[in-house]
Design a protein. Structure first.
Length: 364
């Protein structure tokens, strides 16, 4: 699963990407520094994994991961191919969620592509370009479906009604994710269109160090502007976070955070937020060789969870042995959980819960 970092040129996207992935993408004070998208695989911070490692003492520990993509900056006219528009829009279409970076700090030494700081205007610039691209996609599909609808095709008529709602919404500046559609319309007609503005989004307000904890007026304006979007807003001092990652020891990083009044790096909150944004959750396997976090969609069944380990596990699924994370911690080991009668035996219909510690029985 991929989350794409987007924004206007020179708002801190590549600095954020470096901070998250330590991949050291090129970062500089001029537009279009990033041309080809940089990709990093980022560990999802999870204290439960640390606790399981303490209890089990395995040979190795493997955390869950999210793929983060740093995409080239977008400018006005991108939907018509301006700047790196077509490439940008192609790259963002391949992601599952959007991390939209907005500049929310004043610094005359850092160039802004539009000459002044206004995060709401910047947001709207990108929104409009993405909406125009989605409108183009809608119009192409509508032309095709309308012909079938005129012949009396009931299914085509239903799809045309859904597409019309989308077209009208986009034309008034509403992203697809915020357009009122019923569940059937979304599932049967809209989801398959892979609309860019239908992807879940998190707005990252890039502030200076002084605003790292409480934000600033720019942040408040962003929050007011996204009220109707059902979107996440995260305040992050990207430059400061980058400085923290450069420190050599955990102790030094913690001291830096405490001086700022933070309990953990904002980047950790962002990664967990991206994981949640993608509608993902974690289950664990725990044994002497390995303690591991596995990524599954929220709502996955036990066989589907088993299939993440190996397709044969899903095909030959017999049952799952499930320990709740809190029970594992309370009793201290799998053996003691069994003795206490707290180990559950679950079948094919079991819906996995976040934090379940699981062992699968299967036969191929």
């Amino acid at each position: 699963m991929k989350a794409g970092i987007v924004g206007l040129p020179n708002v801190g996207k590549s600095t954020l990407f470096n901070c998250l992935s330590n991949a050291k993408a090129q970062s500089a004070n001029f537009p279009f520094c990033t041309i080809e998208p940089n990709i990093g695989v980022v560990n999802v911070p999870d204290n439960r994994l640390v606790k399981l490692e303490e209890l089990v003492e395995p040979e190795r520990v493997l955390p869950a991961t999210v793929e983060i993509v740093d995409i080239a900056g977008l400018v006005k006219g991108a939907s018509k191919g301006e700047g790196l528009g077509n490439q940008f829009l192609g790259n963002i279409r391949e992601t599952d969620a959007i991390l939209h970076v907005l500049r929310c700090f004043d610094n005359e030494n850092v160039v802004h592509v539009d000459g002044s700081v206004d995060p709401v205007r910047d947001k709207e610039t990108i929104d409009i370009e993405l909406q125009l691209k989605d409108l183009e996609t809608t119009e192409k599909r509508t032309d095709k479906v309308a012909r079938a609808a005129k012949t009396g095709d009931k299914e085509a008529q239903k799809e045309l009604a859904a597409l019309t709602k989308v077209k009208e919404g986009l034309e008034t500046g509403i992203s697809v994710r915020a357009i009122e559609l019923n569940e059937a319309e979304r599932e049967e007609y809209i989801n398959r269109m892979q609309y860019i503005t239908d992807k879940p989004v998190m707005y990252i307000c890039n502030v200076d160090e002084a605003a790292a904890v409480s934000g600033n007026d720019y942040v408040e304006k962003v929050k007011a502007a996204v009220v109707g979007e059902n979107a996440e807003v995260l305040v992050l001092a990207v430059g400061t976070e980058a400085d923290i990652t450069e420190l050599d020891t955990f102790e030094e990083r913690q001291m830096f955070l405490e001086d700022l009044g933070l309990d953990e790096p904002g980047s950790a909150k962002l990664i967990r937020g991206a994981y949640k944004l993608l509608d993902l959750q974690t289950y664990f396997t725990a044994g002497p060789k390995e303690v591991r976090a596995w990524t599954i969609p929220v709502g996955a069944t036990a066989p589907q969870a088993a299939g993440v380990i190996h397709t044969d596990f899903e095909k030959g699924f017999i049952r799952a042995e499930v320990i709740k994370y809190d029970d594992y911690v309370t009793y201290g080991s799998e053996a003691k959980v069994r003795e206490a009668g707290k180990l559950g035996i679950e079948g094919k219909e079991y819906v996995v819960q976040d934090g379940d510690v699981m062992h699968f029985r299967f036969n191929v």
